[in-house]
Unconditional design. Structure first.
Length: 133
């Protein structure tokens, strides 16, 4: 009983908008079959489509795209776009109604946060750099 009360006290102490982890299974259910749009610091950062089976396509803001795969790795979601990028692992977090992706590991930009601003079922259109989003 003492442990239940301690756990309840900890939960009540968390701010209402405290970040809550999203499992890879929950993320798959949210993302598969959709295109997600990301921003960093309030600015568009890129978009990504998620196909069944783990295939993915990232579209940079310049209009170019790169294909890859994603897989769960424990509580993380890891992406591989080829040898040039290496493996990038993220933790997905719910922040109120929003979802935040936080880059993990030792990459030079580890800790970067991208916010998902919307999702839809429109396919990504890729082109030469400079193609509008």
């Amino acid at each position: 009983m003492r442990y239940v009360l301690a756990a309840a006290a900890i939960l009540l102490a968390l701010p209402a908008g405290a970040e809550q982890p999203i499992t890879p299974k929950e993320f798959r259910e949210y993302a598969e079959g959709y295109t997600l749009y990301f921003e960093e610091g309030g600015q568009p950062f890129g978009s990504e489509s998620f196909e069944p089976g783990g295939a993915t396509k990232w579209r940079y803001n310049d209009g170019s795209c790169i294909e890859g795969i994603w897989k769960p790795h424990g509580a993380q979601i890891c992406f591989y776009y080829g040898d040039a990028q290496g493996v990038l692992c993220w933790r997905m977090l719910r922040d109120g109604d929003d979802i935040i992706a936080r880059l993990l590991g030792t990459a030079e930009n580890a800790g970067m946060e991208l916010r998902i601003t919307r999702r839809d079922r429109k396919p990504l259109i890729c082109g030469a750099p400079g193609t509008e989003l």
